[in-house]
Write a protein of this length. Structure first.
Length: 246
C-alpha cells in the first residue's frame, strides 16, 4: 500500500484520476488530503470537512475480470469494510443509508463516492473516495451530521485510523477474490441486514418532489432499492429516482 499525502487538493478522487492518466499507479494506492477544497459526494453533492480534523482520502483498486453487471458489489464491499471498522471502534447504532452513507443513529458520519474505470463489460479499476468525520465538532448547523469525536467523546489519531480502515478494506477485497460468488452473496446479505430503516415505515421523496410512504424490503444485485408500497406492491428505484427522508 502506497500513501500519498497532500496538504490541499480540490478532490482526492480527481487527483488520483489525473495521476492514473500520467503514471502506473499500484493497487491500493491511497491519496489523503489535509484539506479538500471541492470534495464531492453522491449525485453531485459537496462534502464539507474542516481541514486537518477529518479523513478525506481516495483509494485505487484494480481488478481482473470484474464484470460491470456486478459493480454494485464494490459499493457493498467498501460500505461493509467501513462499517466493520467503525464497529471495532464501538461506534453505537451503526447503519448504512442506501446506497453508502454510514450513520450512527440518525447522524451521517461517513460518505463514499466510487468512480469506476471501464473496459467493455469489465471494470479495470475503481477510484474509491471516502469522507469520514473524525475530530470535527462544528458542522455549521448542517442537519443530521456528526463525528466520531462527538459520538465517542475523544480525539482519534487520523493516520492510525486510516491504516486500520485500509487493513480492513484489503482483507475484505481479498475474501471477495478468493470466493467471489459465495462472498458476493454473503456480503450483500450482511449489507441488507444493516440498512437504515429496513422493514420500517419510512417517508420517501420521488423525482417530482412528491412524498410517499413505504418499507425498504430489499436491495437488488444491481443496487436498486426495493420498496414495498401500499397493497403490498414492490417497486425498484435507482439513486436518481428516490430519496429517503429522515
Amino acid at each position: 500500500m502506497n500513501i500519498i499525502k497532500l496538504n490541499a487538493t480540490e478532490s482526492t478522487n480527481a487527483y488520483l484520476k489525473e495521476l492514473l492518466a500520467e503514471v502506473m499507479v499500484k493497487d491500493f494506492t491511497v491519496v489523503v488530503a489535509h484539506e479538500q477544497t471541492k470534495g464531492r459526494g453522491q449525485m453531485g453533492t459537496t462534502w464539507e470537512a474542516e481541514p486537518g480534523k477529518n479523513l478525506t482520502f481516495s483509494v485505487l483498486k484494480r481488478y481482473e475480470g470484474f464484470e460491470v453487471a456486478h459493480q454494485f458489489m464494490i459499493n457493498v464491499l467498501v460500505s461493509m469494510a467501513l462499517y466493520e471498522q467503525l464497529k471495532k471502534l464501538q461506534v453505537p447504532d451503526l447503519s448504512i443509508k442506501w446506497p453508502n452513507d454510514i450513520l450512527s443513529g440518525h447522524h451521517k458520519i461517513a460518505g463514499i463516492l466510487i468512480e469506476n474505470i471501464l473496459s467493455g463489460d469489465k471494470i479495470q479499476a475503481s477510484v474509491i473516495g471516502i469522507g469520514l468525520n473524525v475530530n470535527q465538532i462544528n458542522f455549521n448547523n448542517l442537519p443530521n451530521v456528526s463525528s466520531l469525536k462527538l459520538i465517542l467523546g475523544k480525539n482519534l489519531e487520523l493516520d492510525e485510523l486510516l491504516l486500520s480502515i485500509m487493513k480492513t478494506m484489503e482483507e475484505t477485497f481479498a475474501l471477495l477474490k478468493s470466493k467471489r460468488t459465495l462472498m458476493r452473496d454473503s456480503l450483500l446479505e450482511q449489507y441488507k441486514k444493516v440498512l437504515f430503516r429496513k422493514d420500517k415505515p419510512s417517508t420517501f421523496k420521488n423525482q417530482d418532489d412528491e412524498l410517499f410512504m413505504g418499507f425498504i424490503t430489499d436491495v437488488s444485485l444491481e443496487g436498486k432499492l426495493i420498496v414495498t408500497l401500499e397493497d403490498d406492491i414492490k417497486k425498484e428505484f435507482d439513486l436518481k429516482e428516490i430519496k429517503l427522508m429522515y
